[in-house]
Design a protein around this ligand. Sequence first.
Ligand code: FSX
Ligand code: F3S
Length: 296
Amino acid sequence: MIEPKQEITRRSFLKFCGVVAGALGLGPGAAVKVAQALSSSERPPVLWLHFAECTGCSEAILRTTGPFFDVLIMNVISLDYHETLMAAAGQTVEDLLMDAAEDYRGEFFAVVEGAIPTADNGIYGMIGGRTMLSIAGEILPKAKAIISCGTCAAYGGLPAAEPNPTQAKGVAESLPELTVPVVNVSGCPPNPVTFVGVIADFLLQGRLPRLDIHGRPLFAYRKKIHSECPFKYDVSRCQKDNGCKGQWTYNNCPTIKFNDGISFPMQAGHPCIGCSEPDFWDHNTPFYHATKSNGK
Ligand code: FSX
Ligand code: F3S
């Protein structure tokens, strides 16, 4: 017999799969296909690394309620390491990370949150006595694929804002010798649907999604914010005069939205600050100035 709680979870899961299918361009009719792929018994192992960041990317995904995060980590992925969510800490956990990377060598998805400080051999970003640079250099080459989750991991983001004294960089730039494919799910924070979409796409097609010139999955970053914005012809709600950067920014915010499709910046009366673009802190500030500082 299905318990009410399970029933709700299943319904919410299917609803979410419909959203993911739509985000992937498959159409909501493919929800069942996506649900099957995401519920396969072969849950891909995921090691989630935190570097220089605010943890907003994890927060955004934790706030996913369709499905709830527990469904995501119990049914879809096998989350074997995530410092924010683990109860354990210390040497045991450091060892666990190294062991998991070895045990799942070539099989795990590495999710990276945050930029990597590279100045002076990376000493401005340390975890457990090791530099983030050396941890990344040890773990990431063993992954099957890397998902740079958030603009910091993708391109450096806030930690890399000028004058960037720590020489913080995105994953691909800090480890130029890396041969493992990197998918940049940019945004500050990124959309959880896009993040799950990358994994769903992989489980469905057995390959990573096609990427744009900035390494982002085309299914989510093909269109400019402005082109999809429902307020562009509504003078009372258009944020152009408040410095909106939607004309220069690629992301799916107006169609997928956040918090289960409830809202996105312009719907909440705020201009787009271009958070999914490389170097947006330098190129798009002052955020509220209606200038074409963008696209420096
Ligand atoms: Fe950066 Fe994410 Fe912005 Fe924050 O981890 S993309 S500052 S939302 O947390 O890395
Ligand atoms: Fe970021 Fe602009 Fe979307 S600020 S969240 S890319 S609307």
